[in-house]
Every structure is written in structure tokens, then in C-alpha cells.
Design a protein around this ligand. Structure first.
Ligand code: DQA
Length: 275
């Protein structure tokens, strides 16, 4: 493992061990997450097959796009269909609700039950829980009870809050029992993009005990997806077909940027002579 360009204090961060991946450990590259968004188990399975052999560290299954997502049996069948095609990669299951930019329209009770079923499925390695849900505490406890790490997430689909508010939100998510915290915001100016990066850096260097993932969505925020790891974001999302949020770069483009950034930020002795 090459030394990191992360600012210090990284040793206080508890990385998350998943099959074939340690999320949040010091590295010159972030974890690359690719979403799959099929409406049926077959569609999902074929999307996963499409990126076999490509550089994907973690697959996010957006359960909310499954047409039968209210049917626990269909969800578990689809979970198995995805998991058996991952080629050893870990699986993150996310039920993204409409309020946070997703397609699921569920009561708090239904939401907690679905997260619990996914965590208990035996084929999901990590689950996403939305911090803003009334039933977040219950869903986090259920996942942890099943021994499945939790990404506690928040999306601001309208604005970018002030830096202190974003840091406070990340700290509250961390204190809620998260194994990973994730914040996505909507920027309207370059100042918003800088604010997101500043909040990421402050959280990472001063407060984080768990890996932090952040992004500013849409075209303005693209830079946060390409170099957010230099500010302390442990992972970034790329699309290998359908994007799951505005501004996600294609997988090949992202990988070539990450390669170049890792090359130029590597310590001089790790670079080939003359470069
Ligand atoms: O939380 C996130 C981040 C995301 O919204 C993004 O902006 O890349 C994409 C979602 O699929 C995922 O659940």
C-alpha cells in the first residue's frame, strides 16, 4: 500500500473490513463504488455482468429502483441474483427514498423493515441508512445486530448548507452509530463546492472516527468526485452505464483521473526515474 496524501489523524479512523476491500484505510486512491439500478432481477444481473473484469471496488445496489421493492421476497431474490454475480466484490444495499433523490416511497416502518431484511439476507455486506428517517435509529440497530456495517447518509437535494452545519451533520451521523458517514449536497456556485470540500477536510482531520464520503452533485460538483479523496473523502461513485445521481463520471474517465492523481501525488521516490 502506498503512503497516503491524506492529512494526518487518519489513525483515529476505524476502517471497515469487507470481502476483498478495506474501506477508509489510508491510500493514494479512493474506493470506487458503482451503482446498479435495474427494475428487475434480470436487469440488475445483466448490469453487474457488464462490469465484470473492470476496476470496481464496491457495488451499490439501489434497491429503490427495483419495481417490486415493496415485496420483501422479491427483494431477497434480487439480492441473491446480484450477490452471486459480483465476482467477489462486496455489496452495499441502498434504499434511497424520494426525499433524498431516490425512487422509494415508503413509510418509516416499511423503510426500517426493508433495511432489516436486507441486512439479515446473508448476501449483503453493508447497508445504507438515511439519517433523516424517523426510523433511522431502529434501522441502524437492526443492521448492527445482524453484524452488517452501516453507511449513515444524508442528501441535500436543494442546497449546500454552511460549512459548520455540514460538519455538525457529519458528526451527528457518526454519533448515531455509523460505520461510515456519507453526505451529498447540491451546489449552486463554486463557493458551495469549496464549502463541501472544506467541511470534508475539517471532518476528516478534526472529528472523524469512521470513514467519511462526500460529494457535491451535478456538473458544478464534479471536481469533488475526482479529487475529493485529497480532502478526506474515502470513496467516490462512478457510473458504468446508468448514473444514480447527477454528476457521476463514467468509470473509465474516473479511473484515468485517479491514476493520474495518484501518480502526481505519490512521493518522489515511488515515481519512475525521469517522471
Ligand atoms: O449516496 C449516494 C451518493 C450518490 O447520491 C452520489 O451523489 O453519487 C449516489 C447514490 O447512489 C448513493 O446512494
Amino acid at each position: 500500500m502506498r503512503p497516503s496524501v491524506y492529512p494526518s489523524r487518519v489513525s483515529a479512523i476505524r476502517s471497515v473490513k469487507l470481502p476483498d476491500l478495506v474501506l477508509g484505510e489510508p491510500s493514494a486512491r479512493p474506493t470506487v463504488i458503482v451503482p446498479v439500478l435495474g427494475a428487475t432481477a434480470e436487469e440488475i444481473a445483466s448490469q453487474v455482468a457488464d462490469f465484470a473484469g473492470r476496476d470496481v471496488d464496491l457495488v451499490e445496489w439501489r434497491v429503490d429502483h427495483l419495481a417490486a421493492s415493496a415485496d420483501a421476497g422479491a427483494v431477497l431474490d434480487a439480492a441473491t441474483a446480484v450477490a452471486t454475480r459480483l465476482g467477489g466484490r462486496p455489496l452495499l444495499a441502498t434504499v434511497r427514498t424520494a426525499a433524498e433523490g431516490g425512487a422509494a416511497d415508503l413509510s418509516d416502518r416499511e423503510y426500517a423493515r426493508l433495511v432489516q431484511a436486507l441486512a439479515g439476507s446473508g448476501v449483503v455486506d453493508m447497508v445504507d441508512v438515511e439519517h433523516g428517517r424517523e426510523s433511522a435509529v431502529e434501522a441502524i440497530a437492526a443492521a448492527r445486530g445482524a453484524g452488517v456495517p452501516v453507511v449513515v447518509s444524508a442528501h441535500d437535494v436543494v442546497t449546500t448548507p454552511p460549512v459548520e452545519e455540514m460538519v455538525d451533520r457529519l458528526r451527528a451521523m457518526q454519533d448515531s452509530g455509523a460505520d461510515v458517514v456519507k453526505l451529498a449536497v447540491t451546489p449552486h456556485s463554486q463557493a458551495d463546492v469549496l464549502a463541501l470540500l472544506e467541511a470534508t477536510s475539517t471532518m476528516h482531520t478534526e472529528h472523524a472516527r469512521v470513514p467519511v464520503i462526500t460529494m457535491a452533485m451535478g456538473p458544478l460538483g464534479m471536481v469533488t468526485r475526482l479529487v475529493g479523496h485529497l480532502f478526506g473523502s474515502a470513496a467516490t461513485f462512478a457510473s458504468a452505464g446508468r448514473a444514480s445521481a447527477p454528476g457521476q463520471p463514467g468509470l473509465a474517465d474516473l479511473q484515468s483521473v485517479l491514476d493520474a492523481v495518484a501518480r502526481v501525488t505519490a512521493p518522489a521516490q515511488a515515481r519512475p526515474a525521469g517522471s
